[in-house]
Design a protein around this ligand. Sequence first.
Ligand code: HPA
Length: 444
Amino acid sequence: MQNDGSHPFVIDRLTDSPGVLRCEGHRGSAPNVRFRASLPTGRVPALSQSFPGEGGPGADMSLETIARLAGVSRSTVSRVVNDDPRVRPAVRERVRAVISDQDYHPNAAARSLASRKTRIIGLLIPGAVSFVFSDPYFPTLIQGITDACNAADLHVMLMMDPSDDPATIDRLYRRVIRGRHIDGLVIGTSMIDDPLVARMRDDRFPTVVIGRRPDEPMLSSVDIDNREAARLTVEHLIDHGHRRIGLIGGPRVVIAAQNRFDGYHDALAAAGIVADPDLVLDSDFTQSGGSAAMRHLLGAPGGPPSAVFVASDTMAAGAFTTLAEAGARVPDDIALVGFDGLERHLQTHPTLSTLAQPITGLARAAVEMLRRRIDAPEAPPVHHLLPTFLWRRGSCGCSGPAPPGSVWHPTGTVIAADVQGDPRSHAEKGGEPVHDHPALVAPV
Ligand code: HPA
């Protein structure tokens, strides 16, 4: 123990034998004045309370003290602290009142020993997502997860696995997941060949994936219908009269990017337009990537496109910069539509038309689904698709906000839990859209 002036005594030696705690020490201001004391272990809380300033009020309080003040047993206090339902409501109230009066904070380690829960959930951002710090999608997602956890009295452990090093992934997996440092895991985005996904499934570890994984129906997932949303967006450009439409896509290791790529081709095929491969570029979800891709499109052998579907707003902001530098007007020379609904963070002129996805809604739904999985690990997996929203504004050739009532993506439905673990959406299976699910939130 250090003497910072607030402690009159400094303990030099503490010996713990059954039933007795012996301590030796000296006076803080006078090292030659020594003392020795033996205390029955039952009085230890009283000893620690006599040293104020060690971690604030309540920090030294013990379960026994709370039990004594509430007139119940230690195990009853422990049950209340661990939300065990086997306590009568009146007793629970009384114990909680004492806990609150005394500003008592249960020791997290002791609490998790008793409950076998850490109240920590992991948020894994796959290491291959090198754009995590340059794509506002991720801060928005992380903020949403953190808010949802705070509201549920949970903590978040952010993990960024270096996916290119199998030994490090293995160590992370054994230490954090097998070592049960966390109660469950949210995987922040779905990657093709993510090495951790199969291990979570095999271990039946409570996991929710943000992004669809039809190849892993046993892992719960929450997503939007990226393919259908992209199809709808490109169809909107076709409705504006465009036929030479480019794509600036995301990295196709991200399943959402692959789905948006497929949706772009679906829309062209449905309109009888043959895609020009020179107008289809894979980029990286960053602003500089979007700028570079737009430079390529401006120099395309068959001439630039008249419209471009950009698979993220961040890349669209980069595309805008290139167009401004080249003196091209949006939408008159080239129309643009983005994806994500992050335009509040990205000021563009004219305003960016974008397919908004409820990023915060995905985060909240993932935390809620994970809490349920942690409470009922054997329950069948569930798969939710959240609705999306097409903001038709200046950059596609429409102006102003979208007319009310015409905006929710008709197939972007929230689906009911599927007891068979079928990851297809409710709409894909021919069901009616459900619009009143609690996870449904306005676009961010
Ligand atoms: N996943 C889904 N949507 C996104 C992403 C992502 O990684 N980046 C930008 N929009």
